[in-house]
Write a protein that binds this ligand. Structure first.
Ligand SMILES: C[S@@+](CC[C@H](N)C(=O)[O-])C[C@H]1O[C@@H](n2cnc3c(N)ncnc32)[C@H](O)[C@@H]1O
Ligand code: SF4
Length: 409
């Protein structure tokens, strides 16, 4: 079987190597659609997204048309590569800000996925949204077209913190957009960020309380990552703003878990809490379980059977390739079995259901001594180990990277 070094150029027809089709029937299939447009760029964000000033508005108006041609291409590539056909278990529109596009455009892309692959009857169909970019009329159209869930970027309830993040949304619109989504019958999630420069523990508690009062089905809370090349990274470098220390981050995580648990949310992945199993992000769970997904759109990443590839980032280059009947895939890598096993440990250890101990042992991970030490330091649950599963304790969730390093040895 051909081996590709990391980041080898992808072929212009997008054809996948042999590995992609192996045991495909044992994996579920998912679609991610990347919509690379935002009204303004937040200072901390390095996602592949562009404002109208940067690329003009015409690429937004033709976006759905080009994207549906990638859907046609993906079907052809999968068939020609011998990957077994499966209908979609989840569809996720992310960005960028998908809801900057007219609802009709999102619906057109979803309908195309339905007609080309089929979408399972109980599929989660989610869009991310900024609080200013949706109202009841918009969300009703999505609901009627089969969307099931909207994930709203709240980040913080505190004006000062939103200003440091350079979030432009009106904080009042968070409650309005969540309410609108609930009214039309969509499941709701809000994304929060903690550990922003100047944010105090009181600010964070205020944010959590407001998020809880929205009565959403799901909450994600991620610590702010300083991404190289962002405005935030430059501000920190010149001393304009100062990142809070790790102890405060840890304290904020603990407060989040405490308040969310008290409010009836259950933690199912280190940074994710849900009211019930039904309202978990099934799309993200598929990523964490290394299922198959096709990422459509500029810069989107795909993963089929350990073959990873990513599209050209620039929207104009993406369009040019598709209009010339070429694959928009730029580079790819073939993840060998040993690295797939390492990835599995890194991802599944973070899930509340834990990772199978017998499988770990069969791969040479987590010796008896390591497991005993992790139990003694109270970062994994001794009772669960007895039942054959390695599960993080609450303390372990704060030290998840350490636990993974120890398991990998
Ligand atoms: C890329 S955004 C797309 C959705 C939408 N535009 C929004 O901002 O909510 C998805 C999530 O990633 C988060 N995010 C982006 N950059 C981040 C960073 N450096 N650290 C932590 N979270 C980040 C955003 O705050 C947002 O909640
Ligand atoms: S709105 Fe979302 S995607 Fe756009 S720049 Fe801000 S965080 Fe990034």
């Amino acid at each position: 079987m051909a081996q590709f070094p990391k980041g080898e150029l992808a072929p212009s027809d997008g054809l996948l190597p042999e590995q992609a089709k192996l045991n495909a029937e044992q994996r579920t299939f998912h679609a991610y659609i990347h919509v690379p447009f935002c009204k303004a760029r937040c200072g901390y964000c390095d996602f592949n997204t562009y404002t109208a000033q940067e690329i003009g508005s015409s690429s937004q108006s033709s976006f759905a048309r080009d994207l549906v041609s990638e859907i046609d291409l993906s079907r052809q590539v999968l068939e020609d590569s011998g990957v077994v056909g499966r209908s979609l278990s989840t569809v996720f529109f992310g960005g960028g800000t998908p809801t900057l596009l007219p609802a009709e455009d999102l619906i057109e892309m979803l309908q195309k996925l339905r007609s080309v692959f089929g979408v399972e009857a109980d599929a989660d169909i989610t869009t991310e949204a900024n609080p200013d970019s949706v109202d009841e009329v918009y969300l009703l159209k999505l609901k009627e077209a089969g969307f099931t869930r909207v994930s709203i970027g709240m980040q913080s309830a505190v004006t000062k913190v939103l200003a440091v993040l350079e979030r432009t949304h009106n904080p009042d619109n968070v409650a309005r957009s969540v309410q609108a989504a609930k009214t039309v019958g969509l499941f709701t999630s809000v994304d929060l960020i903690y550990g922003t420069p100047t944010e105090t523990i009181e600010d964070w508690v205020e944010t959590l309380q407001q998020a809880i009062s929205l009565d959403t089905d799901h909450i994600s809370a991620y610590s702010l990552i300083v991404e190289p090349g962002t405005k935030l990274a430059r501000q920190i470098k010149v001393g304009e703003v100062e990142m809070p220390d790790e102890d405060l981050h840890a304290q904020m995580y603990e407060v989040a878990d405490e308040l969310l648990t008290k409010a009836g949310f259950v933690n199912y992945e280190v940074s994710n809490w849900s009211r019930s199993v039904e309202t978990r992000s099934k799309h993200n769970v598929a990523y964490w379980k290394s299922m198959d997904w096709w990422g459509f759109g500029p810069g989107a990443h795909s993963h089929i059977g350990g073959v990873r590839w990513w599209n050209v980032k620039n929207p104009a280059a993406y369009t040019d390739r598709l209009r010339a009947s070429l694959s928009p895939a730029l580079e790819r890598e073939l993840v060998d079995q040993a690295n797939q096993d390492i990835e599995r440990v890194m991802l599944e250890t973070r899930l509340a259901e834990g990772i199978d101990l017998a499988w770990l042992k069969s791969k040479g991970f987590g010796t008896q001594e390591v497991i005993s030490n992790l139990i003694a330091s109270e970062v994994i649950d001794g009772g669960a180990v007895f039942q054959g599963v390695v599960k993080l304790t609450k303390k372990g969730r704060l030290l998840a990277d350490y636990v993974v390093r120890e398991l990998l040895g």
